[in-house]
Design a protein around this ligand. Structure first.
Ligand code: CA
Length: 395
């Protein structure tokens, strides 16, 4: 039966991108037509139908070109703008096919395309195929038909029932393949797990009322069986047109969200590690700068020496270098100064270090003169001076 140009694909979608929807689809030539001009694509998270027109086999060419182009350009995430761009590309491809002779003048197609990612649904729509949402047992039409009947119903000139049997019921006001500037309507909807998306050509919605379609959805929860039942019901009602149905259930919400939160967590962890190393680098740089501008006096082989850096060690590593040696013997200095030199006497800069060294030198000379009088005033003064310099600088 479904010998028409049904275009199905198992486009490879990365596992992490899969919206985890369960879905089903079916297309049928119907009871009266010689060709099936409908095309569809079911490539989770992309779902679409296209209803070709033009006669003499050209409708099926138009709908298939449109679906192939959609498949090429559609996003694998719920972005209405990008999906709309893909439908614009499909229009361009159909027009191009007419221009280069691949297709026939006057051919065109509808297109209702959806990307269902978790609980986010986006739809791009041109023509009178339809997208419905089955929500808490109620069927709601999402898309607005681009058709003369829809315009007349909105204008209050017709009822839905009158439109169903109106002689002009197949006139559509917007299609792919006629206007190079055609723009699709874009719908962006938050849906819920358990909702079902129904996309169909007018071979279904023209044969069954919304109430009957709703009844089929209520009776059969399995998307594929439901798609079968809907097509069978359209055929039982007369099957005047090609009929194509896609049913996709909103499910598997937790997976994409979890994946996103894991990714966010990884990013956060990476950022913290990066920030830690940046702070560490700044700290090491700052510490290095600090040590290179710090000086102290200490004993080296019994003599006073000047060191660049800090006394002691950090994690067992010396953090100072010998800057210069003096000829001043530590043993010749006052005991208090000698003791302090064991720990290191920190000074503000090299100038202050030279001042202290000069004072030590003076103290040893004056101490040497009254050698037999170690309590002499010169020595005491020198010690006091040295001690004060050391304590001021070293804290
Ligand atoms: Ca049709």
């Amino acid at each position: 039966m479904a010998a028409g140009p049904t275009y199905r694909t198992d486009r490879i979608v990365p596992e992490k991108r899969r919206a985890a929807a369960s879905f089903g689809s079916r297309t049928d030539i119907g009871c009266l037509r010689k060709d099936n001009e409908d095309s569809l694509v079911v490539a989770d998270p992309l779902f679409a139908v296209a209803d070709g027109m033009g006669g003499h086999d050209s409708g099926e060419v138009a709908s298939e070109i449109a679906i192939r182009t959609l498949l090429e350009f559609a996003p694998d995430y719920a972005d209405g703008e990008v999906l709309g761009t893909a439908v614009v590309e499909a229009n361009r491809a159909v027009l191009q096919a007419v221009a280069d002779g691949t297709g026939k003048p006057g051919m065109g197609t509808t297109m209702t395309a959806a990307v269902l990612e978790g609980e986010r649904l986006v739809i791009a729509h041109v023509g009178d195929s339809r997208a419905y949402l089955f929500y808490q047992g109620k069927l709601q039409q999402i898309t607005r038909d681009h058709s003369l009947m829809a315009d007349m119903i909105e204008a209050g000139q017709l009822t839905v029932e009158e439109a169903r049997v109106h002689p002009s019921r197949s006139i559509i006001t917007r299609a792919l393949g006629s206007d190079p500037n055609v723009l699709p309507d874009i719908y962006e909807i938050n849906v819920e797990t358990g909702d079902r998306l129904l996309i169909c050509t007018d071979g279904l919605s023209g044969m069954l009322t919304d109430d009957l379609i709703e009844k089929e959805l209520l009776q059969e929860p399995d998307p594929q069986l439901c798609a079968n039942n809907l097509v069978n019901a359209a055929l039982a009602a007369g099957g005047h047109d090609n009929v194509t149905v896609v049913v996709a259930e909103v499910s598997g919400l937790s997976e994409p969200r979890q994946e996103k939160s894991v990714r966010r967590a990884k990013v956060s962890a990476a950022f913290i590690v990066l920030a830690f190393f940046m702070v560490l680098a700044v700290a090491i740089g700052g510490f290095y700068y600090y040590t290179q501008n710090s000086f102290y006096l200490a004993e080296n082989n019994g003599r006073v020496a000047v060191y660049r850096g800090l006394p002691g060690s950090l994690f067992g590593i010396r953090i100072s270098d010998l800057e210069s040696m003096t000829d001043i013997k530590v043993e010749s200095l006052q005991p208090g100064v000698a003791n302090r030199l064991q720990e290191g006497i920190r000074v503000d800069d090299l100038d202050r270090a030279q001042e202290l060294i000069a004072e030590y030198r003076d103290s040893t000379r004056s101490a040497a003169t009254p050698e037999r009088d170690p309590s002499g005033g010169g020595g005491s003064d020198a010690q006091g001076s040295a001690a004060s310099g050391g304590s001021r600088s070293g804290g």
